[in-house]
Design a protein around this ligand. Sequence first.
Ligand code: ATP
Length: 300
Amino acid sequence: MIQLYIPLNFLGVIYREIKQSLTDLDRMFTLLESDREVADAPSALPLRIEDHSRGPEVRFENVSFHYESNRQILHEVSFVIPAGTITAVVGRSGAGKSTLARLLFRFYDVQKGQILIDGQDIREVQQASLRQSIGIVPQDTVLFNDTIGYNIAYGRPGATEQEIAAAARAAQMSQFIDHLPEGYATQVGERGLKLSGGEKQRVAIARTLLKQPSMLVFDEATSALDSKTERALQEELTGLARNRTTLIIAHRLSTIVHADQILVMDHGRVVERGTHQELINLDGVYAQMWQMQKRQGDDV
Ligand code: ATP
């Protein structure tokens, strides 16, 4: 009993940490199918996506949410991400941006309102199918102590070598891998080759490409990037978002200038929404953030 208890407890700790940081959600759920705060409804059906070539419509309707009852985090949040489009969420730290992604993945149930994917309340679909449909590129990708090939293939167990190589190419990793001493068989992770933040994010992109989810959550890293890396990342993101419905949790406004819709959050409310140009013209919170980031950029 004790033997069983220790690893489960340990996994519980990992679970909480991962849940908080949106890191490697898929792995966590495979490991810990049992540790759930939310359960499938007995009548739950698999999520139906009407058009896989575009991704589904995602709709938050009057969503209110708290982690602890004495502190409301989201207040009546409503927005629609039309099928196949990109919505970016910005706002200062603690505004509730990552909480939106956690709710979409159904880590927690909302206390008021509903989240609909192609018209289906996510509380009424099988969680496995929901999570299978969402790919997450987290801020900080955890690599397993295994080969780089395994780490990419993690997106789709059973993927062939050709499929893995194609995903690596699309994530612009293949040159890097070809120069490694043992190519795809090179050990990475704590006990192997260490990858930079950007390289790890590419692994996450390759994984997601293999998984082919119809929805994508991109949790942008807060760390500053040089303009060349930033441009490359921008291109990869555009490729990744093609044919799917995308939510970007953004920290650098330059990444999201071309988003179809930008939501500005403040203290758990959407205070502004529109395209980059519309929000600049509005001359409100977003325009101020833009001016500030431009000034900071100019200083570098
Ligand atoms: P950042 O840009 O810093 O990542 P964010 O806008 O993504 O911030 P969230 O992570 O959504 O913010 O957090 C919103 C609020 O909810 C914060 O005040 C945070 O402290 C609180 N919060 C987040 N997770 C939990 C939790 N598990 N339990 C209690 N409060 C939490």
